[in-house]
Design a protein around this ligand. Structure first.
Ligand code: SF4
Ligand code: SF4
Ligand code: SF4
Length: 275
């Protein structure tokens, strides 16, 4: 008797709430009480890290003699997981009928709570299948977000939320996390740039085509006084602007310190297995 209620709730949220997400997020800046309710309901205990798309930094890592890529962080977490569910399709991209990025690459859910996800949303998968999806997402130019997102436990109506870890493959046009600039900073700050990731603009190469403006879902790039600038406070280091610039005017890099930090963060995320 419980399964039909779960199915109906997730479909209701997708059908009615998804389209209102920017409006729902924007009010958190205007009302403290509303912000507290939304924070508690959808973002409590969230801990989310942006992992850059690696297409444009592979060469950099090789030249430094390192064998470590940012996506290896995600792969390591997947390899340590007993419970893996692949979303059947990317709900954000199918909802928007995305023409630029694959609609069949959706979220990966890890942790014991993932086993409770209704089959019309996602199905159990092997480590190999999940690793192949990460590679496909990277090749398609998607960036990645990994962490505990309470909102996923809420919309899928699966519990406990601490037993669920989400890996999202983000596009700049349709991804749910485009709402972050619309949220009050008390909430949006829960989504972190990887320590040590840096994004640099080479003004001398910039042709002012403004392509990069469309690619930044965190609204960190602006065009003022006839020049492009990147706001490092808002930049989450996703790397999507690097992919969009055809003139090598934007560079993303990370230090070996980043790698250590990420490995430490994996240990925290892996605690979900003990629930
Ligand atoms: S959160 Fe990311 S991977 Fe998941 S459905 Fe939305 S865009 Fe697709
Ligand atoms: S995409 Fe590259 S060349 Fe075009 S405006 Fe942005 S930085 Fe400049
Ligand atoms: S400027 Fe925007 S698109 Fe570029 S890395 Fe930062 S957050 Fe991503």
């Amino acid at each position: 008797m419980r399964r039909p209620r779960i199915v109906d709730f997730s479909r209701f949220i997708l059908k009615y709430i998804f389209n209102w997400r920017f409006w729902i997020a924007e009010i958190t800046k205007k009302s403290k009480i509303y912000k507290k309710i939304i924070d508690f309901t959808l973002f409590k205990d969230d801990e989310i890290v942006v992992i850059p798309n690696t297409i444009n930094i592979n060469k950099k890592i090789e030249s430094e003699g390192s064998e470590f890529l940012p996506t290896d962080v995600i792969k390591e977490v997947i390899k340590r997981s007993n419970d893996i569910v692949l979303m059947n399709t990317c709900l954000c991209r199918t909802s928007n009928d995305c023409k630029d990025y694959p609609q069949d690459i959706g979220c990966i859910f890890l942790g014991p709570t993932a086993r409770k996800i209704p089959k019309h949303i996602g199905k159990l998968a092997t480590v190999e299948e999940a690793l192949a999806q990460v590679d496909r997402a990277d090749e398609a130019g998607l960036s990645h977000i990994i962490g505990r997102n309470r909102i996923d436990a809420v919309w899928m109506n699966v519990h406990p939320g601490k037993g669920l870890l989400t890996i999202c493959h983000c596009c700049p046009c349709c991804c749910l996390w485009k709402v972050y600039p619309n949220l009050d900073s008390d909430i949006s700050d829960k989504l972190e740039k990887l320590d040590g990731v840096s994004v640099k603009l080479h003004e001398e190469n910039c042709k002012k085509c403004k392509k990069c403006l469309e690619s930044c879902m965190f609204e960190a790039i602006s065009f003022k006084d006839n020049k492009i600038s990147i706001d490092n406070d808002n930049c989450k280091g996703c790397g999507l602007c690097v992919n969009s610039c055809k003139f090598d005017a934007i560079e993303i890099d990370y230090t070996s310190q980043t790698i250590d930090n990420v490995v430490n963060r994996i240990d925290d995320l892996i605690e979900i297995k003990e629930l």
